[in-house]
Design a protein around this ligand. Structure first.
Ligand SMILES: Cc1cc2nc3c(=O)[nH]c(=O)nc-3n(C[C@H](O)[C@H](O)[C@H](O)COP(=O)(O)OP(=O)(O)OC[C@H]3O[C@@H](n4cnc5c(N)ncnc54)[C@H](O)[C@@H]3O)c2cc1C
Length: 528
C-alpha cells in the first residue's frame, strides 16, 4: 500500500481521538461555512489555513490549574481602557490564542486584548511594563516558528482591529498602513492604482503586514523582488515602556541616525509593538507569463534551477515541487498537475512584453536542455491563477495527510539546491519519514515538510533527528536556518550554531537594554 492509499484524508481530523470540544465545534463551524461559501475563494483559502492550524493539535494539553493569573485589578484597567467587548478571558478564547502554526506545545495566556487604535496600544504596553506582564503581539497567527505562542501569565495583543490602509501615495509611490492590514488586501488595493507591493507569502490571504514586517516575510516573488525588508521605508512603534518611536521617512533615501527600521524588521515582537508602517511601492509590471516545466527526475529539475540562475535570468518566481507534494496538491485541489512527474518547476517572468517573451524563451530552452519532459505556458489569467493557487495550496494539501505537519525553512545558496534536495530525500528514507519538498527554489529557500503524528513518541524522535540533520546539512552547504519563517521559539536552540556566540551576546545586549524587564514576547529568537 502506498503512503497515499494508507491515509484517509476525508476523515475530519479534529474528530480524531483526543480532539477538544473547542476544536470540534470550530471544525463544524468551518465545514458548514465551507459548504455554504464554496465559491468564495478567499474565504476558502482562509478556512483551509484555519483547518491546517486546528489540525496541528489533537490532544487536549491545557492545564488551567497551572496558569498564573494576572491580577483582577489589572484586568479591570484593561477593560476600562479597551472596553469589555475587547477583552477576552474565557477558557475557549484563551485556548484559541495558546498556539499558532508551529508544532509546539500550547501556552495559555492570561488575557487577550483587542485595541482599536494606537493610543490604546501604547497604554496597554505601558501597563504591562508597569506590572511586569509579558505581552505577545498577534497578527493572524500564521507564523511557523512559535512567534505568537504567549507567556503563561501574559497578555496577547491582537492587531486585527487596526486594519486600515491610511494612505496610498501614487505620486511618491508608498503606502502607509496599520499593522492589521491583510497582505493580499494591500496588494489588491495598490494594484487597482497600477502599483505593486511584491512581497507575497503563501499565507497572504490571511497574514497581516505587521506580522510580515515582524517576521521579515518572504514569498514566491522573493527571487526578483526581495522580501519585506526591501519595502519597509519607516515605522512607528511603541518601545517596551510604551514610548512612541518613529523610524525612517517617506523619502526613497534616508540615512538619518541608526538604521532602526532595519533593527525592527524581523524582530518578531521582541523589541517593540509596531502600529504604523510606510511601505515602498513600485510600478506594476506590464506583462506576466507563467509556465510549468515537468521533469521525470528530481535531479533534472533542481539542476535546471541552478542553470536558470547561472544563465543570468531572474524570473519573478521559480518554485519547485516534488512528486510527493504534487500528489498531495492534486488530491486536495484537482489542479491538473501531472501525477507521474518526478518534480515540477513553476516559473513566472514579468516586465515589458519583449523582455518577458525573451526570458520565457530562454527559460524554456534551459529547461529542455536539462531534460524537461514538457513545458506548458498559461494561456490566460484563469490558467495562471490555477498554477499559483496549486502552489499556494501545497502546505494545506500536505497538512491533510497526517495529524501533524512540520514545515522547515532551510535555505542554501542556489547552486546547492540539487545537493540539498538529494540530502532531504536521503534523510527521509533513512529515518523512514514521509517528507514532501516544495518551495522557493530560485532563492534557495526550500520547505521540506515532514508528515507525522506528534502523539507517537518514537516517531517524533525520528522527526527531531530529521530536523537536526536538515539544519546541519543546510549550514554545511553555506546556508541558513531560516530563509523567511524566523527563529521564534522553534529554532532558538539552533541559533548559535549559525550566528555564533558573539552575535548571540550582541542580540541579548540589545534586548536587555531596550526591554530590561523582558516583557516583549519573551523567549523568542535568543531563547530568553
Ligand atoms: C500556509 C502558509 C504559508 C506561508 N507562506 C509563507 C511564505 O511564503 N513566506 C513567508 O515568509 N512566510 C510564510 N508563512 C509564515 C507566515 O505566514 C509569515 O511569517 C507571516 O509573516 C506571519 O504573519 P501573521 O500576520 O500571521 O503574524 P503572526 O503569526 O501573528 O506574528 C508573527 C510574529 O510577528 C509579531 N508581530 C505581529 N504583529 C506585530 C506588530 N504589529 N508589532 C510587533 N510584532 C508583531 C508576533 O509577535 C510574532 O512574533 C506561511 C504560513 C502559512 C500557514
Amino acid at each position: 500500500m502506498t503512503f497515499y492509499e494508507s491515509v484517509n484524508i476525508e476523515a475530519p481530523r479534529s474528530m480524531q481521538r483526543g480532539a477538544s470540544t473547542v476544536e470540534n465545534s470550530v471544525y463544524f463551524l468551518i465545514s458548514s461555512l465551507t459548504q455554504l461559501q464554496a465559491a468564495r475563494k478567499t474565504l476558502a483559502v482562509s478556512v483551509q489555513l484555519l483547518i491546517v492550524f486546528i489540525g496541528f493539535f489533537h490532544e487536549s494539553r491545557y492545564d488551567f490549574k497551572e496558569m498564573i493569573m494576572i491580577s483582577g485589578s489589572l484586568i479591570k484597567k484593561f477593560i476600562d481602557l479597551v472596553g469589555r467587548e475587547n477583552v477576552f478571558d474565557d477558557k475557549a478564547d484563551l485556548v484559541t490564542y495558546s498556539y499558532d502554526a508551529a508544532v509546539l506545545d500550547p501556552v495559555v495566556p492570561a488575557v487577550i486584548l483587542r485595541p482599536s487604535n494606537y493610543e490604546l496600544v501604547g497604554k496597554i504596553v505601558g501597563l504591562c511594563d508597569e506590572n511586569s506582564v509579558p505581552v505577545t503581539v498577534r497578527g493572524a497567527g500564521t507564523n511557523l516558528s512559535g512567534g505568537t505562542i504567549p507567556s503563561a501569565n501574559g497578555v496577547v495583543l491582537m492587531t486585527n482591529a487596526m486594519n486600515n490602509i491610511l494612505e496610498i501615495n501614487e505620486e511618491d509611490m508608498y503606502a502607509v498602513v496599520q499593522p492589521g492590514v491583510i497582505t493580499a488586501k494591500l496588494a489588491a488595493a495598490v494594484e487597482a492604482k497600477g502599483l505593486f507591493y511584491p512581497p507575497d507569502p503563501g499565507s497572504q490571504a490571511v497574514s497581516t503586514i505587521g506580522g510580515n514586517v515582524a517576521e521579515n516575510a518572504g514569498g514566491l516573488r522573493g527571487l526578483k523582488y526581495g522580501v519585506t525588508k526591501d519595502y519597509v521605508m519607516g515605522l512607528k512603534f511603541f518601545d517596551a515602556h510604551g514610548n512612541v518611536v518613529k523610524t525612517g521617512s517617506r523619502t526613497v533615501k534616508c540615512v538619518t541616525g541608526y538604521n532602526l527600521t532595519g533593527l525592527m524588521v524581523g524582530s518578531e515582537g521582541t523589541l517593540g509593538v509596531i502600529y504604523e508602517i510606510i511601505l515602498k511601492l513600485i510600478p506594476l509590471p506590464f506583462h506576466r507569463k507563467s509556465m510549468v516545466a515537468v521533469f521525470d527526475e528530481t535531479a533534472k529539475a533542481t539542476e535546471t534551477v541552478a542553470a536558470i540562475i547561472a544563465g543570468r535570468i531572474v524570473p519573478a518566481t521559480l518554485e519547485f515541487m516534488d512528486n510527493f507534494t504534487i500528489r498531495a496538491v492534486e488530491k486536495h485541489s484537482k489542479a491538473g498537475l501531472p501525477l507521474d512527474a518526478a518534480a515540477l518547476l513553476l516559473v513566472e517572468v514579468d516586465g515589458h512584453h519583449a523582455q518577458v517573451d525573451e526570458d520565457a524563451e530562454k527559460i524554456e530552452s534551459i529547461c529542455r536542455k536539462n531534460g524537461a519532459v514538457s513545458i506548458r505556458s498559461a494561456k490566460d489569467v484563469y490558467e495562471r491563477e490555477k498554477i499559483w493557487t496549486a502552489r499556494r495550496n501545497a502546505l494545506s494539501a500536505l497538512a491533510q495527510l497526517k495529524p501533524t505537519l512540520v514545515l522547515e525553512d532551510a535555505t542554501v545558496p542556489r547552486s546547492k539546491v540539487p545537493e540539498m534536495v538529494r540530502a532531504i530525500e536521503t534523510i527521509g528514507k533513512r529515518l523512514n519519514l514521509p517528507i514532501g519538498t516544495f518551495g522557493h527554489a530560485g532563492d534557495g529557500n526550500l520547505h521540506p515538510t515532514i508528515l507525522t503524528d506528534r502523539r507517537n513518541n518514537e516517531e517524533w524522535k525520528r522527526v527531531e533527528e530529521a530536523i537536526n540533520n536538515i539544519f546541519e546539512k543546510a549550514l554545511a552547504l553555506g546556508g541558513t536556518l531560516s530563509g523567511e519563517h524566523g527563529i521564534g521559539l522553534s529554532k532558538s536552540a539552533f541559533l548559535e550554531s549559525e550566528i555564533g556566540a558573539g552575535a548571540i551576546l550582541f542580540s541579548k545586549n540589545i534586548k536587555s537594554a531596550l526591554d530590561p524587564k523582558n516583557i516583549l514576547n519573551p523567549g523568542k529568537i535568543t531563547g530568553e
